[in-house]
Design a protein around this ligand. Sequence first.
Ligand code: ATP
Ligand code: MG
Length: 202
Amino acid sequence: AVVPVANKPRPSIGIMGGTFDPIHHGHLVAASEAMSVFNLDQVVFVPTQMQPFKAGRKVTSAEHRYLMTVIATASNNRFTVSRVDIDRGGTTYTIDTLRDIHQQRPDADLFFITGADALQQIVSWKDSDKLFEMAHFIGVTRPGHKLDASGLPKNAVSLLEVPAMAISSSDCRARVREGKPVWYLVPDGVVQWINKYGLYKN
Ligand code: ATP
Ligand code: MG
């Protein structure tokens, strides 16, 4: 009989997909909280190329969004950034993201971290069963925002309340356009990047 030599647990990797236009402290707190509660070894941030439900909206170039994500995560040695969605190109589908990360890290258990709103959309897709085979899903909610968990497969999805963070990328973009500060809503380096390249001015 084959006896396992060492009982080394499989590493667990969180995947945080997003447009990150721009990345803000809500994203970072959600990733940090998921890492702590689910004992993840690392979180990979994956900027999307194009999101199905954001088609038609003007999105900042993938390279700017990628680089701002790198800057925002640079100080945390458990946070990394992956280019899989950007380099694949076209519309980003979560199933492709999971397949690519799994191919790179077949040794690891994957946890897909997503806002509860996005989670409800994902669950309604036709191939959602396959998604739940590939990863455990963590739906992050804000205190006071109740998520309807009925219809979500119990053992494939967990809900996680993160500290109140009423920050959204849309709001950050609007603030920049109106000349209002985004200091402390996004990391300092991201504020400087936005100013340096004049992003979100119109
Ligand atoms: P937009 O306002 O343009 O929709 P966003 O702030 O929702 O942008 P995304 O890049 O679309 O940012 O979000 C990536 C993921 O992070 C999504 O799953 C989203 O639900 C989640 N998320 C966004 N903002 C927060 C927040 N303040 N707290 C927790 N999770 C968040
Ligand atoms: Mg959003």
